[in-house]
Design a protein. Structure first.
Length: 118
């Protein structure tokens, strides 16, 4: 079972930037897609950005133009560069992987906390 480990979270003022990293214990090329999700207190987990093995990214409307998802297959890692952060971006951010032939993201990391102050 591949393990995912996130890093890069922290405290930042509104308007600031952070870069999250997710490193896999094995090849990420085996996955159809990888994604970043987030979950705020008392809220449901929501997808933020997805990147397919082809490199095609998708974003939730709220982060378009502010977040950039990328991948480095050689390092078995994906990243989430976040610009112009807002207090409402405060959440725990999770990395997830979806296998080929599966309809859901089934492999998850432990998450990294992002807190944006006003």
């Amino acid at each position: 079972q591949v393990q995912l480990v996130e890093s890069g979270g922290g405290f930042v003022q509104a308007g600031g930037s952070l870069r999250l990293s997710c490193t896999a214990s094995g090849s990420i090329g085996r996955f159809l897609a990888m994604a970043w999700y987030r979950q705020a207190p008392e809220e449901q987990r929501e997808v933020v950005a997805t990147i397919f093995n082809s490199g095609t990214p998708t974003y939730v409307d709220d982060v378009k133009g502010r977040f950039v998802i990328s991948r480095d297959n050689a390092k078995n890692a994906i990243y989430l560069q976040m610009y112009n952060l807002r207090p409402e971006d405060t959440a725990r951010y999770y990395c997830a992987a979806r296998r080929y032939g599966r309809s859901a993201f089934e492999i998850w990391g432990q998450g990294t906390q992002v807190t944006v102050s006003r």
